[in-house]
Design a protein around this ligand. Structure first.
Ligand code: ADP
Ligand code: ADP
Length: 227
């Protein structure tokens, strides 16, 4: 689904990625795990070309991401970051429908998709579709962020520390939602975290990174058994 081949990136003198090789299989819930500065976010951002590698390449479904204009690519890639990231003056429905609108979906299809996604993320459509982001709790806003990322049925969902700003109870609820959503949709998910418990709670595959390189990769059970 995704393959990093010898991907390197430096910011000035600081190497962020140093020859990263990693394959994420279709339908995996893959977690990039590592300490701060390991290069996880940079790796994620090479997929949607927020970061352009200095060397190596990134393949999405066997196609080099650099071969496609970034805006078109990003419409096929859901992206959820920490914090809100919703347009504050747009309603929940307009935020969720942003990419479908860009793609020219008819209004009725967008409205139906918005309600379907709100229900999938366990937000009552009648209660939430016309709210503004300021009228949402942190956990509700993150649910809307996930719904927005899924709106146009992307090939893959990228999540960068998506629950880092939430309290522990809300974080656990959202983790359970993501596990359920992955099981229900079979969507390939790549999530970045420094939280070992979160990684083991969610991942079907864990890739451990340090110093811009892959240390270990495999199903959680194999990593636990590793010396
Ligand atoms: P992680 O997500 O694992 O915490 P990052 O990918 O954010 O790691 O960062 C890896 C290294 O690259 C760090 O040393 C970080 O400071 C540096 N870095 C990341 N993005 C930038 C940037 N836009 N400008 C300068 N340095 C950056
Ligand atoms: P930084 O912290 O370096 O400013 P962020 O990770 O916070 O960058 O955000 C990167 C920007 O890309 C955000 O403005 C985000 O809203 C935007 N963005 C939104 N959707 C996508 C997407 N599908 N692919 C790439 N970038 C996106």
């Amino acid at each position: 689904m995704i393959r990093f081949e010898g991907v390197s990136k430096a910011f000035g003198a600081t190497p962020a990625l140093d020859g990263l090789d990693l394959t994420v299989p279709e339908a995996a819930f893959a977690v990039l795990l590592g300490g701060s500065g390991a290069g996880k976010s940079t790796a994620l951002r090479t997929i949607n070309r927020l970061v352009e590698p200095d060397a190596g390449r990134v393949l999405l479904r066997e196609r080099d991401v650099a071969s496609e204009p970034a805006p078109a690519l990003r419409r096929r890639i859901g992206y959820v970051i920490q914090g809100i990231g919703l347009f504050p003056h747009w309603t929940v429905a307009r935020n969720i429908g942003a990419v479908p609108r860009l793609l020219g979906w008819p209004a009725a299809r967008i409205a139906a998709r918005v309600d379907e996604l709100l229900a999938l993320l366990r937000l009552d459509p009648d209660a939430y579709r016309d709210r503004l982001p300021a009228q949402l709790s942190g956990g509700q806003a993150q649910r809307v962020g996930v719904a927005r990322a899924l709106a146009a049925d992307p090939d893959i969902l990228l999540m960068d520390e998506p629950f880092g700003a939430l309290d522990a109870v809300t974080r656990q609820a959202l983790q359970q939602e993501m596990a359920r959503l992955h099981a229900a949709t079979g969507k390939t998910i790549l999530l970045v975290t420094h939280d070992v418990e979160e990684a083991f709670a969610l991942a079907t595959r864990i890739a451990v990174m340090a110093d811009g390189r892959l240390l270990q990769e495999g199903p959680p059970r194999e990593l636990l058994d590793a010396p």
